[in-house]
Design a binder for this molecule. Structure first.
Ligand code: NAP
Length: 568
C-alpha cells in the first residue's frame, strides 16, 4: 500500500507515537486528521488492505447507505464538503468507498496506517503510562493513548451450521464480499437473512440469478428508500447552508435532519387523516424516521406503534400478489416496528412477485445443515449453486472483545464486560486508563448518523487531549461509580421504550450466549452531546485526571460522583 509505514522490520524496539489508533474506517481517518492538525504522531492499524471500514468490507450486491448521502459524510470541513458531489440520494457502496479514498488522499492519511494488520492485544502499564499494541504480523507499538475506532458492525456473524465445508458450491458472507464482481447468472442462489443487508441484496440478486431462495427467520418491516439521482443544485443548496445544518443536526435526536418532526399522537387524527398521512410518507420514502417519526409515541407506546406497523403489513399484502407469501412476509404483532434496525429498500416486497423467487420460513422449520448440494431445513432439501449468508454481526462488542485488552495489573475487558458492556458515555471503560472508544456501547452510535456521531466523539477526545496537555496531566480514567450511573441511565432510557423488546443485535440476541443488554444509548444525540459538553465543562466530571509517576495523581474531582451524577 502506497505510503504505508510498517513497524515490523525484525526485532527492533517498539514504534513510539503519541496516539495509537485501531481501525482506518471513517472514524480512524478522522482521528488521524485531527491528530495531524495538533502535531501529534500516530500509528493506525487496519485489517483491510485499504481504508473504508464498513464500506471496504460490505461490497455485497445492493449495498448502499440509508442516511441521505449529503448527511452521511464528514462535516468537519466546508472545503471537503464542497470538493465532493454525491450522485444519488442514497449513495451506493462503490461511491461511498470512492469518497472515503478521496478523503484519505486529500489529507494524505495513508502514511500513518499499517494495512492488512490486525491488532491482537492491547496492554496498559500504569508504571510507564503506555499502551502497547501487538498485531498478528508481529508489530509492536506504544503510546500513552489508544483510540479504538473499530466500528460497531465489524465482526461478521455466521451461524455455525454444520456441513459448510462439504458444500460444493460457493458461499459468501455479505460482510466479507469478494473484491471482484460475483456473477450469479444462471445460478440457483440461496440467501439466509432478511435484515437490512438481506433486504438490500435480495432484489439485486433476484434480478440476476436463475433462481433465488430466501431463507427467512423473522420477517422485517421495510419502507421504500425512493432513491434517485441527486441534482447538483440540491448539493449546492445543502453546501450553502452547511453551518446551519451542522447546528441543526447537533440538536436532533438521531443526528439527521430532513423530515418533519411529529406534532401529534396518532389518536389526535381521524383514521382517514392517519391513512392519508401514512400514504403520503410511504410515497415520499426516504430515511427510516420519515415513517417512524410520523406521530409521537411510536417508539414507546404499543398502540401508537401498531398504527405504523399495521400500515406496513397492509402495504405488504397490497404489493405481494400471493396471499400466502404476503402472510409469511408480515412481521408478527409482538414485534414493534423500529425495535429492530429499520431498513429501507428498493423493490423488496415486489421481488416476491417474481417467478424465480421462493420464500422459505426457517422459523417454522429451522436450517439444520449445509449439505454438499445445498441446504437442509427441518422440512426440505434445497439444491443450490451458491449460498449468501446475510446473517449480520457480533455487534458493538465483538470486535473489541476479540482484542486481548488488559492492564498489566490484571484488569481485562473480557472480565469487565462479562455481564454485558459497561462504559462511561460509551467513551471509556473504568479501569482502562487512556483508552477511548469511538461509538462504543453506551453512546448514541448506531442510533444516530454514525459519521456525525464519530466526529462528535473524536472532537470530544481531541479537546480532552488538549486539556490534559495544558493542565499537565497525562492520564484519564473513568470513575467506577460514574460508569455505574451511566450504565443504569442507558438501561433505564431503553427500558422506557419498545426498543429492547425485539431479539435484535442491539441486545445481542442474534449471537447465541451473548448477554442480553440494550447496548446503544437511546436518549437522543442532542441530549448526549449536551451531557458530554457539560461533563467536560465541569472539569470532566466522572473522570479522574492525573499525572502518572513521581507526582501523586491529583484527581480534579474527588467528590463522590453520585453527588453530581453525570446524567443529572
Ligand atoms: P441483521 O440485521 O442481524 O440480520 C441478520 C439476519 O440473519 C436476520 O434476518 C436473522 O434472522 C438472520 N439469521 C441469523 N441467524 C440465523 C439463523 N441461524 N437461521 C436463520 N436466519 C438467521 O444483520 P444485517 O442485515 O447484516 O444488518 C446489520 C446492521 O448493519 C443493520 O441493522 C444496520 O445497522 C447495518 N446495515 C446498514 C445498512 C445501510 O445503512 N443501508 C445496510 C446493511 C446493514 P432473525 O431476525 O430471526 O434474527
Amino acid at each position: 500500500m502506497d505510503g504505508a509505514v510498517s513497524g515490523r522490520e525484525g526485532d527492533r524496539a517498539p514504534e513510539k507515537v503519541d496516539v495509537l489508533v485501531v481501525g482506518a474506517g471513517l472514524a480512524g481517518l478522522y482521528i488521524l486528521y485531527c491528530l495531524r492538525q495538533r502535531g501529534l504522531s500516530a500509528r493506525a492499524y487496519e485489517a483491510g488492505s485499504d481504508v473504508g471500514g464498513t464500506w471496504y468490507w460490505n461490497r455485497y450486491p445492493g449495498a448502499r447507505v440509508d442516511v441521505e448521502s449529503m448527511q452521511y459524510c464528514y462535516h468537519f470541513s466546508d472545503e471537503l464538503t464542497a470538493s465532493w458531489n454525491w450522485t444519488e440520494r442514497f449513495a451506493s457502496q462503490p461511491e461511498l468507498l470512492r469518497y472515503i479514498n478521496h478523503v484519505a488522499d486529500r489529507f494524505d492519511l495513508r502514511r500513518d496506517i499499517t494495512f492488512e494488520t490486525r491488532v491482537t492485544s492491547a496492554l496498559f502499564d500504569r508504571r510507564t503510562n503506555l499502551w502497547t499494541l501487538e498485531t498478528d504480523r508481529g508489530d509492536v507499538a506504544q503510546a500513552p493513548y489508544c483510540i479504538m475506532a473499530t466500528g460497531s458492525l465489524s465482526t461478521p456473524y455466521r451461524p455455525p451450521f454444520p456441513g459448510l465445508e462439504d458444500f460444493r458450491g460457493d458461499s459468501y458472507h455479505t460482510a466479507m464480499w469478494p473484491h471482484d464482481a460475483v456473477d450469479f447468472t444462471g445460478k440457483r442462489v440461496g440467501i439466509v437473512g432478511t435484515g437490512s443487508t438481506g433486504i438490500q441484496a435480495i432484489p439485486v440478486v433476484a434480478a440476476q440469478a436463475k433462481h433465488l431462495t430466501v431463507f427467512q427467520r423473522t420477517p422485517n418491516y421495510t419502507t421504500p428508500a425512493c432513491n434517485r439521482p441527486l441534482a447538483r443544485d440540491e448539493q449546492r443548496a445543502f453546501n450553502e447552508h452547511h453551518a446551519q445544518w451542522r447546528d441543526e443536526v447537533r440538536h436532533s435526536f438521531a443526528a439527521i435532519t430532513g423530515f418533519p418532526l411529529p406534532t401529534k399522537f396518532p389518536d389526535e387524527d381521524t383514521q382517514e387523516e392517519r391513512q392519508a398521512l401514512l400514504e403520503r410518507r410511504w410515497a415520499e420514502g426516504g430515511m427510516p424516521p420519515a415513517l417512524l417519526a410520523i406521530y409521537k409515541g411510536i417508539g414507546v407506546d404499543e398502540t401508537a406503534n401498531a398504527v405504523v406497523a399495521d400500515f406496513v403489513r397492509g402495504k405488504i399484502r397490497e404489493i405481494v400478489e400471493d396471499p400466502a407469501v404476503a402472510a409469511r412476509l408480515c412481521p408478527p404483532a409482538d414485534l414493534p416496528i423500529g425495535s429492530k434496525r429499520p431498513p429501507i429498500d428498493t423493490d423488496y416486497y415486489a421481488t416476491y412477485n417474481r417467478d424465480n423467487v421462493t420464500l422459505v420460513d426457517v422459523k417454522r422449520a429451522p436450517i439444520e445443515r449445509i449439505t454438499a448440494s445445498g441446504l437442509k431445513t427441518g422440512e426440505a432439501d434445497y439444491d443450490l449453486d451458491a449460498i449468501i449468508f446475510a446473517t449480520g454481526f457480533d455487534a458493538m462488542t465483538g470486535t473489541l472483545l476479540a482484542i486481548d485488552i488488559r492492564t498489566a495489573d490484571g484488569m481485562t475487558l473480557k472480565e469487565a464486560w462479562a455481564d454485558g458492556p459497561s462504559t462511561y458515555l460509551g467513551l471509556m471503560v473504568s479501569g482502562l486508563p487512556n483508552l477511548f472508544m469511538i461509538n462504543g456501547p453506551g453512546s448514541p452510535s448506531v442510533k444516530a448518523n454514525m459519521i456525525v456521531a464519530l466526529e462528535q466523539h473524536t472532537d470530544w477526545i481531541m479537546a480532552l487531549l488538549d486539556h490534559l496537555a495544558a493542565a499537565g496531566f497525562d492520564r484519564i480514567e473513568a470513575d467506577r461509580l460514574a460508569q455505574e450511573d451511566w450504565v443504569d441511565h442507558v438501561r433505564e432510557v431503553a427500558e422506557a421504550t419498545l426498543m429492547p423488546k425485539a431479539d435484535s443485535w442491539y441486545v445481542g440476541a442474534n449471537v447465541p450466549g451473548k448477554k442480553r443488554v440494550y447496548m446503544p444509548y437511546f436518549g437522543g444525540f442532542d441530549r448526549y452531546c449536551s451531557l458530554c459538553e457539560a461533563i467536560a465543562a465541569d472539569g470532566y466530571r466522572g473522570f479522574t485526571l492525573s499525572l502518572h509517576g513521581g507526582a501523586q495523581p491529583e484527581p480534579q474531582r474527588d467528590a463522590d460522583p453520585h453527588e453530581a451524577s453525570a446524567v443529572s
